[in-house]
Ligand binder design. Structure first.
Ligand SMILES: Nc1nc2c(ncn2[C@@H]2O[C@H](COP(=O)(O)OP(=O)(O)OP(=O)(O)O)[C@@H](O)[C@H]2O)c(=O)[nH]1
Ligand SMILES: [Zn+2]
Length: 358
């Protein structure tokens, strides 16, 4: 029997390794391995070892580099020599804008300008997929300990990667406030990533367009009644409409914070309290406005035998994604609920910057 971990397994391990402060080995196109550490989980003793190595580099996204006034020679990224005279908290502050006010004196840091950016780019993609701040330290490695997770740069998707594939692992009847005929289904991706859920109300006729809502997890809005967004009221309004019509499917996708995770979303909220809007806050953290993989929703619908939908949304990107993945959006059903004085600016920003429809 062969138990050697395949690429999918090693990617899953790499995410966990980075989260617990372990380095991952990334091999470049020329076959040269480097060790990659996530800045957010970097241990003090690892930093000291790295600072002894003149080739150690720190990589940040271009969005973060803009705030730090670093030249992003790689286009999407900036790399600098790992500063030798900075302590752990100061290195952390380069990655984490919530520390900007406490550590305003930064630099100058000489930017690196060469063609060898692929390892750092792959490392940043791994850090993002681990829901860590998108910042890594990379250093060329000599002999590698066999226990270190090893990946080739080409194994690590820097964009969306392969189409997600999810399988239903469980499902049962759950009577709901909006309908007795509720079912909750659990879908698991082959990648070992987050599970996602479907709430099916009644038994929607597959031959006709099905009323569908693609909801992204929002702990603050869905669970604790945050007034900063409209997620909770949208969730309940969508379920209510499905209950009224007797059928519908609500996909609950675990893509908290538009795909950056709850810790990063709270960092974004801290920045919003300093006056940045929802898009600017994501950028200052080094993320894109929206890091979600909307293809997951289409994959689940196909698994459920649904090909044509009436989509409850105000987000044109969701419609485009569905169509792109072979799901026909027969109708867009607007979904406006829970607009409050506290989320007025947030909704206005989404309309102005993300093209949300009224
Ligand atoms: N990063 C970040 N995520 C946020 C913020 N406010 C809400 N979210 C997240 O945004 C997602 C809400 O998305 P959706 O409810 O799908 O909304 P949408 O993309 O605007 O589309 P529709 O509601 O369908 O029109 C959830 O994952 C929330 O956790 C914020 O300020 N920053
Ligand atoms: Zn929300």
């Amino acid at each position: 029997m062969d138990f050697a971990p395949n690429v999918t397994t090693r990617l899953a391990r790499a995410r966990t390794d980075l989260r617990v402060g372990q380095p991952v080995a990334v091999v470049d196109e020329a076959g040269k391995p480097s060790l990659v550490f996530a800045v957010e989980t970097l241990a003090g003793d690892h930093l000291a070892d790295l600072q002894d190595q003149p080739e150690a580099q720190l990589a940040l996204t271009a969005h973060r580099a803009e705030t730090l006034k670093l030249r992003a020679y790689d286009g999407d990224m900036a790399r600098v020599r790992l500063p030798r005279d900075l302590g752990l908290e100061q290195v952390m502050a380069l990655a984490d804008p919530s520390l900007d006010l406490r550590h305003p004196m930064k630099g100058p840091f000489p930017s690196i300008r060469d063609d060898a950016a692929s390892v750092a780019r792959a490392g940043i993609a791994l850090a993002k997929s681990a829901h860590l701040l998108p910042a890594v330290v990379a250093v060329p490695a000599g002999t590698l300990d066999a226990s270190v997770t090893r990946l080739h740069v080409s194994d690590i998707p820097t964009g969306l990667g392969d189409a997600p594939h999810l399988l239903q692992v469980a499902g049962a009847r759950v009577p709901l406030a909006v309908s007795d005929a509720g079912r909750c289904l659990v879908f698991r991706p082959e990648t070992g990533g987050e599970e996602h859920y479907a709430v099916e109300i009644g038994r929607p006729e597959r031959a006709a367009p099905v009323l569908v809502r693609l909801h992204s997890a929002c702990f603050t809005g869905d669970v604790i009644g945050s007034q900063k967004c409209d997620c909770g009221p949208q969730l309940h309004a969508a379920l209510h409409q499905m209950g009224e019509e007797g059928t519908g499917v609500l996909l609950y996708l675990n893509q908290e914070g538009r795909g950056i995770g709850l810790a990063n979303k709270m960092r974004a909220y801290a920045l919003q309290d300093q006056g940045f809007d929802t898009v600017e806050a994501n950028h200052r953290l080094g993320f894109e406005d929206d890091e979600r993989d909307f293809r997951i929703g289409a994959a689940i619908l196909k698994e459920m035998g649904i090909r044509t939908v009436r989509l409850l949304t105000n987000n044109p990107a969701k419609i485009a994604m569905m169509e792109g993945q072979g799901i026909t959006v027969a109708e867009r059903v607007p979904l406006h609920a829970g607009e409050t004085p506290q989320n007025r600016d947030y909704l206005a920003t989404k309309a102005a910057k993300s093209g949300h429809l009224r």
